[in-house]
Design a binder for this molecule. Sequence first.
Ligand SMILES: Nc1ncnc2c1ncn2[C@@H]1O[C@H](COP(=O)(O)OP(=O)(O)O)[C@@H](O)[C@H]1O
Ligand SMILES: CC(=O)N[C@@H](CCC(=O)OP(=O)(O)O)C(=O)O
Length: 262
Amino acid sequence: MKKTLVIKVGGALLADASLTSQLMDTIATLMQSTNVVLVHGGGDLVDEQLAANGYSSDKHFGLRISPASHMPVVVGALAGTANKTLQAAATAAGINNIAISLADANLVNASIKDPMLGCVGEVTGNDASLLEVAFNKGWLTIISSIAVDKSGTLLNINADQAASAVASLVNGQLILLSNVAGVLGKNGQLLDVLDTKLANQLIDEQVIKDGMLVKVKAAQQLAEQIGSAVIVGSWSEPQALLKFVQGSHFGTQVLGDAKEPC
Ligand SMILES: Nc1ncnc2c1ncn2[C@@H]1O[C@H](COP(=O)(O)OP(=O)(O)O)[C@@H](O)[C@H]1O
Ligand SMILES: CC(=O)N[C@@H](CCC(=O)OP(=O)(O)O)C(=O)O
């Protein structure tokens, strides 16, 4: 059976057409031997488009507070511009694809996380059927982090949390690509491995914060659940992913809690 990779890209990548194109060429090569799902954010684009519409937004521990009045802009940026820009790049790289959101095909169950954050949700994997069709067809599925809850409310989901739920659904290897080489320690050094003890310490010391705090927590939760490491690495050299699947070290391996044998 083919291995499945769930690759998540952060928003800043989208501003760089050349890197996006290199990423898609790399994904095309990966798809010769593995199933691939691409989950994306677009935080920078959301910032830009909210500002262009006269809104300012705040984050609470890395999560964007999203009042209902902001949602048309947030949905447009993530499920619209970001999603379709990546779809265009995939198509240009010769990749057959579908570009959807978390709201499609019962992929996830979504609910409001904390009313104080507005229309921000949390998701758990639900139905992988559409992804399985895509794997069988050899399609890349590109997923934006907009979900809909049971009452039909559009929700803004942090894209690292979205990617973790999707990876759990398809039992895939999760790779979170960002604008840093991986998780950085106190002196700015790249950490090859981040276990729970070190993560807790660096979170307490606020060395891991903001967007990386959400990323590390989403990675830990999945690593814990599937019993293997989640990778946090850079999108600056997408070709490094080809070496990674052949066994080379890449970025930071985030581990879950080691279970005590019973
Ligand atoms: N310990 C850390 N190591 C690396 N980056 C960190 C750390 N703590 C905070 N950060 C910040 O987290 C950012 C990555 O998170 P985020 O901006 O949400 O990325 P993305 O849009 O790719 O999801 C980095 O650019 C950096 O500013
Ligand atoms: C609730 C929440 O924080 N949603 C994120 C969704 C996009 C995202 O996560 O984008 P990056 O991966 O580029 O950071 C936001 O509005 O920015």
